[in-house]
Design a protein around this ligand. Structure first.
Ligand code: ADP
Length: 452
């Protein structure tokens, strides 16, 4: 064995057997990994522990950052005090000098004696000042990339023995792998931090949205209450006039009054829909359970909407005969749902027919309201159930309406433990299927009815 300048025997207390030192070195690096959080710390810990093991007087690690071909100091060990301030500012270009060459060529570069090599004449002054004669630079690399180089400096000249080279290579490889893992953990930790932060922001936004929504509901509810009171009074007086309590009416007056009451009734219905929607959202709508025959619910809805049927539109009903079939649910709400669907069917159908059916199946009543009207494109099948949404939302739209009817109907159906499905295509008509359980159970009922 050629005398290694940093042979173990030069350093008191260091194990002399190469394989034991290998083990000790690996143990120190593992220790560095367990103790350190960031790659920089891994390098520093490892360098502090390993440099004495290999008999180095001092040592440094330079790493490549980003796509740069310039390396910067990542850790240093035992550099003479007066040189330390400059170390941090030093840049090593990949490919130049022993450290740069080790990184650039991905191989160990040995300089057994700086003073014996005329090509290193420039280094001799520095070496004298720093007090080193030999050095070895090793690439810090993983299978995927080169991270930088680690360089050990020795006071005495000499060649590396094979086992010493092996030990240093193991040290360098372990450092690189360990730093790479620490860097991944660091990245993960940072990504996790960013995620936690955006999570917190999302939560804040969610709270803000919920608060805005609560305020909107509160506003709608308050304003609707305020509007309903005078409107009901107005309607009351109009009915009195219609009944000629204040004297006989001319035909013109009767006509005008009739327009007035029907417009006010529409407005009142809109206000009541708004109130019901906000109450549904707050979980304030009570289900009034009663026993009734679903056929009578459909009949009531047909009667309530009879005046909406345009002239020329046929109404077909399929209401099976037979002994009464019972459902225990909220009759008024079922009638309301069916009335809304029938009202829409009449509104959006200018020729053909409207069909209404009822069936009692095993555990549910199924109602269908279909028409041969304008139909709804599949892209709008979801949104028509949203509040205030209409297929044609423009101000120039042909059909009037508030966009509340389907939202309210679906939420009421869900409150009763059922639902509404839609089948429709443009120009082919629409078919709404309402299913309501025969036995209302508060367990089937969502705690708070969500829109949509
Ligand atoms: P609106 O008061 O506008 O009728 P709805 O919530 O009842 O509000 O309906 C929402 C939208 O769904 C309507 O504006 C219309 O675009 C579409 N729609 C509902 N029913 C029908 C139907 N039977 N035929 C065609 N379109 C319909």
């Amino acid at each position: 064995m050629i005398r290694a300048p940093y042979s173990a025997s030069d350093t008191a207390g260091i194990p002399s057997d190469a394989s034991i030192r290998e083990l000790v070195a690996v143990r120190e690096i593992v220790h560095a990994f367990l103790t350190a959080d960031r790659p920089q710390d891994v390098y520093q810990f490892a360098l502090d522990r390993v440099s004495p093991l290999v008999g180095a007087a001092f040592a440094s690690i330079y790493t490549i950052e980003g796509d740069d071909d310039v390396m910067r100091l990542a850790a240093s060990y035992n550099w003479p005090e007066r040189f330390r301030p400059f170390l941090g500012q030093m840049r090593v270009r990949v490919g130049l000098g022993p450290s740069g060459q080790a990184a650039g060529e991905r191989r160990a570069i040995q300089v057994p004696d700086v003073f014996a090599d005329p090509s290193l004449a420039d280094w001799q002054e520095v070496a004298t000042e720093l007090g080193f004669r030999a050095l070895v630079a090793l690439p810090l690399q993983t299978p995927a990339r080169v991270l930088g180089a680690v360089t050990f400096y020795f006071e005495k000249p000499g060649h590396l023995a094979v086992e010493e080279r092996g030990l240093l290579q193991i040290v360098a490889d372990q450092m690189a792998a360990t730093a790479e893992k620490a860097s991944m953990i660091d990245d993960l930790r940072r990504a996790n931090g960013a995620l936690l932060e955006s999570n917190a922001q999302l939560e804040q936004q969610y709270v803000a949205v919920m608060e805005a929504r609560r305020l909107k509901d509160e506003f709608l509810s308050n304003i609707s209450h305020e509007l309903r009171t005078p409107l009901t009074a107005l309607l009351g007086y109009a009915y009195l006039l219609q009944e000629e309590m204040s004297g006989p009416l001319t035909d013109d007056q009767r006509k005008t009054l009739s327009h007035m009451t029907s417009s006010s009734e529409r407005l009142l219905e809109l206000i009541e829909d708004l109130l019901e929607l906000t109450a549904l959202r707050r979980g304030e709508v009570r289900v009034q359970v009663e026993l009734f025959d679903p056929r009578t619910a459909l009949e009531s809805a047909l009667a309530a909407t009879a005046s909406d049927r345009p002239v020329g539109i046929q109404l077909h009903t399929e209401i099976p005969d037979g002994p009464p079939r019972w459902i225990r649910s909220d009759r008024q709400k079922v009638v309301k749902i069916l009335s809304k669907l029938l009202g829409n069917a009449y509104k959006f159908t200018s020729q053909g027919e409207v069909r209404a059916t009822v069936q009692v199946l095993n555990d549910l009543a199924r109602f269908t309201v279909s028409d041969t009207g304008i139909g709804i494109p599949s892209t709008a099948h979801q949104l028509v159930f949203d509040e205030f949404r209409q297929v044609d939302g423009s101000t120039t739209r042909q059909y009037g309406g508030s966009g509340l009817g389907l939202a309210l109907s679906r939420q009421l159906a869900r409150l009763l433990g059922g639902d509404i499905q839609l089948e429709s295509a443009p120009h082919e008509g629409s078919s709404f299927v309402v299913e309501i359980p025969l036995e209302f159970s508060s367990e089937l009922q969502p705690a708070v009815v969500q829109p949509g």
